[in-house]
Design a protein around this ligand. Structure first.
Ligand code: PLP
Length: 388
């Protein structure tokens, strides 16, 4: 039993393919992280449609849990949250481009100041609008993505002192290797960040109230990087950031991806299946068709390697994965039209499971991309529990 009375369908889904999001699992994962990092607080990272789980419903749920801060990548994601009536503080992690600053200010979104020019641009726009811009300074300690290099950060921090329309609420940096077994690079980045923070003491100034650096890898492996707040992304969704990371906090996947058998047939020996005729059976076999494909975000590169669960057992996906359909070889076993197919997640009865890590391996990618790749054509169903 997977979809119960409390199931809310975002768009009245009639499609047999859907993603079930288990809100109770999100709660448990959030609380586990909160307990582990206390007294540091937790920013829930909701970028890329909340790692595929649905931006607004996940944000609303996080707000009910009393989340300290929400984090998104882009201005547009922040505006969607505000338009949905979310009042919690929202930090936009990405760089500011063009003339976006007034939109940030109009929607009460916290800006990332990632260079001196951008800081001044923010200050000017805020001055013109007669408001104070809430800003987190971004220091690059080794990721080389966005942010002011740690070795020139003092110039940024000096400039801040002249920006009267900016309130520096936070300062942060981002790890490149916090999910690795070898933490020497992460520790070097942490040391650089601490050196930047020493500026405040040297100048007799108080530090911004929200210093933050830890992503999931550092939440798990580097408690000394938790500062005032941590930025929990993939762990919140119950998936570990890498295979080698130490799993010091227990979390469980909060999502399952399911479909149903739409077609059953017997395939004769040496009759190839799907585009390119890349697969055929040397004996008579039963093949079922499932109405989901790479047009939904199920990786085509997993062709010939992927497996799905039908009636509690794993079977191979055979032939090329199509845009809207894929074929599964069930050998000489039984399956009927409308049988449930688990693409990702657990079978309620047998406990057979397919993980994000499994799909990532079949597709040659990482679990992050497995989640964010499930696109908006797949309806999301929100369940209070996994029903197991
Ligand atoms: C995506 C992101 C995070 C979250 O990373 P996880 O590894 O998913 O926990 C944190 N901080 C920044 C700046 C990010 O871009």
């Amino acid at each position: 039993m997977h979809i119960n009375q409390s199931t809310i369908s975002e768009n009245g889904a009639v499609r047999p393919t859907n993603v079930e999001v288990y809100l109770d699992r999100l709660t448990e994962n959030f609380r586990a992280i909160e307990r582990a990092v206390a007294p540091s607080r937790v920013m829930a990272i909701l970028k890329a449609n909340a790692y595929g789980h649905g931006l607004v419903p996940v944000a609303q749920h996080m707000v009910t849990l009393g989340v300290a801060y929400l984090g998104v990548a882009f201005l547009e994601e922040g505006i969607l949250l505000r338009e949905a009536g979310i009042k919690a503080p929202v930090l936009v992690l990405g760089g500011i481009i063009g003339n976006q600053v007034p939109l940030f200010l109009q929607h009460d979104l916290t800006l990332t100041a990632s260079s001196i020019e951008k800081l001044q641009q923010i200050n000017q726009a805020a001055q013109q609008l007669g408001v104070k811009a809430k800003v987190h300074l971004k220091i690059d300690t080794g990721m080389e993505r966005i942010g002011v290099h740690y070795y020139s950060a003092h110039t940024l921090l000096e400039t801040v002192l002249q920006c009267n329309s900016v309130e520096v609420e936070g300062i942060y940096s981002h790890f490149a290797n916090a999910d690795a077994a070898d933490l020497s690079s992460a520790k070097l980045q942490l040391e650089r960040f601490n050196q930047v923070l020493a500026f405040y003491e040297q100048r007799g100034l108080s530090q911004p109230s929200l210093r933050h650096m830890a992503n999931s890898g550092a939440i798990l492996q580097l408690p000394e990087s938790h500062f005032d707040m941590v930025r929990a992304g993939i762990m919140l969704y119950g998936v570990y950031p890498s295979n080698e990371v130490r799993q010091t906090i227990q979390v469980q996947p909060a999502l399952a991806w399911k479909s149903r058998v739409v077609y059953f047939k017997v395939v004769q020996p040496n009759h190839p299946v799907s585009y390119g005729s890349t697969w055929q059976s040397d004996k008579m076999t039963r093949v079922v068709t499932i109405p989901v494909g790479y047009g939904d975000g199920y990786f085509r590169t997993a062709s010939g390697r992927a497996e799905v669960i039908i009636r509690g057992k794993r079977y191979p996906v055979v032939g090329r994965i199509c845009m809207d359909q894929l074929m599964v070889n069930i050998g000489w076993e039984t399956a009927y039209n409308n049988d449930e197919v688990v693409l990702l997640g657990e079978d309620g009865e047998t406990g057979a499971a397919i993980s994000c890590e499994d799909i990532a391996e079949w597709a040659g990618t990482i679990p992050y991309e497995v989640l964010t790749n499930i696109n908006t054509r797949v309806p999301r169903l929100y369940c209070s529990s996994s029903g197991e």
